[in-house]
Design a protein around this ligand. Sequence first.
Ligand SMILES: [Zn+2]
Length: 317
Amino acid sequence: MATSSFTKKTLGLETAEPAVTPPPTGGHATTFVKKPKLGTAKSKKREIPEGLWTKCPKCSTMVFDKELDENLKVCSHCQHHFPIVSRERIHSMVETCTFEEMDADMTSVDVLGFTGAASYISKLEKYQKTTGLKDAVITGICKIGEHRAALGVMDFTFLGGSMGSVVGEKLARLIEKATEKGLPLIIISTSGGARMYEGMFSLMQMAKTCAALAYHGKAGLPYISVLTDPTMAGVMASFATVGDLIIAEPGAMIGFAGPRVIKDTTQAELPPGFQTAEFLLDHGLIDAIVSRKEMKSRLVEYMGYLTSGQKRVATAG
Ligand SMILES: [Zn+2]
């Protein structure tokens, strides 16, 4: 699904003949060579079917889509992480047939009667049709390695991964379920922020998710927050940054307001690499950068560390 948003390029548009006709060698210099007519240059056009190749935006290499899929949408030449949809991500991390989805049919209502260039209802219908999702997050209980865990995965393809009342409610219910069952929690975020179509109802989700997380933390249960490209605004200012461990994918854009807004407000030059995962690791906001291919094994490792205390208590009890 996500491949549709990648940059496509048709190969073989290079002209076979030089743009400028070379001067004749020897003989009379006054002889003029007939000027080639525009548009008659022979080109080596090859028809490449759409959807077979994707141009990497970082290293400009043409990557075979099948190879990209097999590599979890990571460029094998420069390790650029392409966007990945929620179902693909779940599939890459969760043990087969262990994902029990929660609240799969929960959908938003248009509380504000929002109208603009397009109504909120028509936007929702459009995105539900194109993505096959009901809203911008999938939640459920699953097994990752040997650990049972509560997992929430956001999806940027649904209205920019924006957090409205459904995203907030599904996550709050997931966190409460994790607290009730004594499970570690993992939330993989990608979001442009709170959903403007739901106004204050979107902003309320920030407090709601964080309150549920406070109870989860109070029960001594670990929460790992994974930030992927991009994680911004209301999501970044709430559940995404209160993890016991905060990890990010390489090159992910992470921040509150966008760089242009900050630059205009502060009237100052922003430092190089501003709002990237690497910059935030250097400045102590996140704990680790983990590549997508290593994500599952590292999460299993972290859950092992973070739940070992609980296991010792259980054994002693
Ligand atoms: Zn690349």
